[in-house]
Design a protein around this ligand. Structure first.
Ligand code: CDP
Ligand code: MG
Length: 696
């Protein structure tokens, strides 16, 4: 191994890691491969090149046997390393073999939005159509399909919504559940529902595709007749390097490691895994700042971020071949772990952590928590380095720490709030979750808490049946149940237009941005929109100004340090939500009648009342949830939270607040999406929920 300044890595001990990165005998010529990827001399040549690229993928050798298996058995489990061609090729083979004849469609589900759109874009290019023609995708608030669409990539959540409308999925001939190893909540629910559907639709085919070898559970679940096929991935050996001493700060270590790879290691692109967008931005900024210290002779750096919510054009740059004399550095969340394959990566830096949504029984809600990744994750991440040639993986933790990691991440269904999924299952007529045949059933407490929340929101009655119309309408809205409730209640408060705007703005992220070198100016601009009521009403002001005074111009938004793309998206989402409301029979006044901020806040409280907190003299807040609204009992500090620095309520005071989001960072818990309220409004909105605190 090479030892380099400041960063101490030790090679992995000689026991061949359980990492299943095998060096299969490999006849692939690297230079030929890269040559092919960059060749684009004439249109004809390009087409030939795509065909050859497709035929060089490991899955191609199995094309005929795959098609045969799918013809002959209803469920096929497909296993192959990331990059072997499962997501991009399988749908095309089915299409070529006639599975879309008679106007049928092929669905391929992804747990992540970004994977759905980027894989669809790739397949459209390979087929030679525009996105939304033969190949399209559908994610929440974005439907890029047309009547011509035959291959449809979609998030797993979107397919479940289609089942609400078309319970037997009659338009589809094949459903491919991709990235099944990730075990997202909706993937697990789909697998469970599909098991029922295939009994009634003998012609329907199901493909469960997984990037890890633990696929027995899928085979056992579907039972005899299920076929399993494993496609050898082309994997080169990856050197695993561990820190000799644990690091206090993996973000700083990532930056150091990038620079020492760049200074000491031969050509090859770098992929670094971090946990979220803020960390990614921080690292990218630091690289820009320190770039000048590099010798003039060093290759140029091309630094790209990768995280959910990235625009289509930014996504595409990740996949573009690296120009000569340049080293590409991709700083990513765990989206690059298996969902998105990037070629040319030789060095992987693994921070060892992942940001997960996890249910906190104490708080009775999900929070985003940075937790140690699992061994399975670490293996996947390391594997990204061995796609095109021998690679190196720098693990920013010690080998002893690795040994302590859990084998796998528990399925999402067992660790997150179930209110949304439960609502949809109810709408599907599946009432008793306990009797449902699932891959791994959720813990009872999670189910009970979800039922309780839905009951308190008024979506379920005393018999745990969906209420009419509220519960049924809530299930149809593509929003979190609390936010959905607010939108549906808006009619009673006479603020439908205001709430549509707020709900749309809550469905996009990072409306305000702060350039590192110009924070002051940004804060001054933002101050013009900020109101004492808090985040949600401030978002409303931004939207109003953007659409009325700003005439939706990008120049206007940039001058005010507002995220133009997010605002444009909010305009589109608002229109879609308005169509949902109309469909549900809620009338939308043609002009927004003036309502008092107080009325809008009361409407917000009607949905977010379970997330209430009271400010303490030191500026921290004490949560009211957890014990039917009593805040007095807890002395262990577990229900103490702080206002997130990006909230407009940061460093402002408010005695009582409700909030939409909770994030754990280190030892502190932060709330965001904060609205200042009056205590009495809590009692008005939810007398049963808050009766305990009344006599306070
Ligand atoms: O699904 P799996 O991980 O098995 O592989 P895939 O996503 O089908 O990727 C097969 C090939 O397509 C890889 O060489 C990717 O780099 C390439 N690809 C691409 O160039 N652009 C995309 N947006 C997606 C995949
Ligand atoms: Mg894939």
């Amino acid at each position: 191994m090479s030892r380099f300044s400041g960063v101490e890595f030790a090679p992995a001990s000689s026991k061949r890691d359980e990492d299943d990165i095998d060096s299969s005998d490999d006849d692939l010529d690297d230079s030929l491969y890269t040559g092919l990827r960059t060749a684009s001399v004439s249109p004809e040549f390009k087409r030939a090149s795509v065909k050859m690229q497709r035929e060089m993928l490991p899955i191609f050798a199995h094309r005929e046997s795959l098609l045969y298996l799918i013809e002959s058995s209803q469920v096929v489990v497909l296993i192959g390393h990331t990059g072997s061609g499962k997501s991009t090729q399988m749908t095309q083979y089915l299409y070529e073999a006639g599975w879309t004849d008679h106007d049928k469609l092929i669905a391929c589900t992804q747990p992540r939005k970004l994977a759905a759109s980027s894989v669809a874009a790739r397949v459209a290019t390979e087929i030679g159509c525009r996105l939304g023609e033969t190949v399209g995708y559908s994610i929440r608030f974005e439907d890029v399909t047309s009547p011509e669409t035959r291959i449809k990539y979609m998030t797993d959540g979107m397919l479940l919504r289609e089942i609400l409308i078309d319970p037997l999925l009659s338009r589809y001939s094949v459903i491919m559940i991709d990235e099944a190893h990730e075990r997202s909540t909706y993937t697990d629910i789909l697998i469970c529902v599909l098991k029922k559907i295939i009994k009634r639709r003998r012609d329907l085919r199901v493909i469960i595709s997984s990037a890890t070898l633990q696929a027995d559970e899928f085979v056992n679940f579907f039972g005899s007749g299920t076929k399993i096929i494993s496609i050898e991935g082309r994997m080169h050996p990856v050197d695993l390097l561990y820190l000799t001493e644990p690091t206090e700060n993996y973000v700083e270590k990532t930056i150091e490691t990038i620079f020492s790879i760049h200074a000491n290691e031969p050509a090859g692109d770098i992929l670094a895994f971090l946990t979220g967008r803020e960390e990614i931005t921080q690292v990218i900024q630091a690289i820009y700042d320190r770039q000048d210290t590099l010798p003039a002779s060093a290759p140029r750096l091309l630094i790209l971020p990768l995280y959910a919510g990235l625009s289509q054009e930014h996504q595409q740059r990740i996949f573009d071949p690296t120009p000569d004399g340049t080293r590409k550095i991709i700083i990513s969340t765990n989206i690059a772990e298996a969902s998105v394959t990037i070629d040319g990566i030789v060095y992987v830096i693994d921070c060892g952590f992942v940001k997960l949504r996890a249910y906190d029984p104490e708080l009775k809600m999900d929070s985003l928590v940075v937790t140690p990744a699992s061994k399975a994750s670490a293996t996947q991440r390391a594997g990204r380095a061995g796609r095109t040639r021998n690679g190196k993986c720098f693990r920013l933790y010690t080998e002893a720490a690795y040994d302590q990691l859990a084998e796998t991440t528990p399925p999402e269904l067992q660790r997150t709030n179930l209110a949304g999924p439960l609502l949809q299952l109810k709408a599907l007529g599946i009432d008793n979750l306990a009797r449902l045949d699932m891959l791994s059933p959720p813990p009872v407490e999670l189910v009970v808490d979800a039922l309780e929340l839905l009951f308190n929101l008024g979506a379920l009655d005393d018999y745990a049946k969906l209420t009419k119309p509220l519960g049924e309408r809530l299930a149809e809205l593509p929003l979190d149940p609390m936010l959905g409730k607010i939108l549906l209640q808006a009619q009673n408060f006479g603020c439908v237009n205001q709430m549509l705007t707020i709900a749309a703005m809550m469905s996009v992220d990072n409306i305000f941005y702060y350039p590192e070198n110009n924070r002051r100016a940004a804060q001054e601009q933002h101050a013009k929109f900020i109101v004492a009521e808090g985040d949600l009403l401030s978002y409303f002001n931004v939207y109003q100004a953007f659409t009325l005074r700003g005439k939706q111009s990008s120049k206007w938004a940039h001058e005010r340090f507002l995220n133009y793309k997010a605002l444009v998206q909010a305009v589109s989402i608002r229109a879609q939500l308005a169509r949902y409301l109309t469909k549900l029979g809620v009338s939308i006044p043609s002009s927004a009648a003036a309502v008092s901020p107080e009325t809008v806040v009361k409407c917000i409280v009607s949905g977010y009342f379970p997330n209430a907190a009271k400010m303490q003299p030191d500026g921290s807040l004490r949560l009211l949830s957890g014990d039917n609204g009593s805040s007095s009992s807890s002395t262990d500090g577990k229900s103490t939270v702080w206002i997130h620095p990006t909230s407009v309520m940061f460093s402002r005071s408010a005695e009582w607040v409700v909030f939409s989001q909770i994030v754990k960072m280190g030892k502190k818990t932060y709330i965001n999406g904060v609205t200042k309220i009056d205590r009495d409004w809590l009692l008005e909105a939810a007398p049963r929920f808050y009766q305990v605190t009344k006599q306070r």
